[in-house]
Design a protein around this ligand. Structure first.
Ligand SMILES: [Zn+2]
Length: 55
């Protein structure tokens, strides 16, 4: 390790994303109170984008 911070291993000891109870993925942000995947806590409807679909 020449460049960067040597203490990189310490910065994810807190679990920020917990399992979302709407989509079931581990994307629910505890501090922001929303899910990064489905938008739970942010939108009433499910967070879905056209660019997210595969063909
Ligand atoms: Zn979710």
């Amino acid at each position: 390790m020449g460049k960067g911070t040597p203490a990189f291993g310490k910065h994810n000891n807190k679990l920020v994303h917990v399992v979302c109870r709407r989509c079931g993925k581990r994307s629910y942000h505890q501090r922001k109170k929303r899910c990064a995947s489905c938008g739970f806590g942010r939108t009433a409807s499910r967070r879905v984008y056209a660019w997210n679909k595969r063909t």
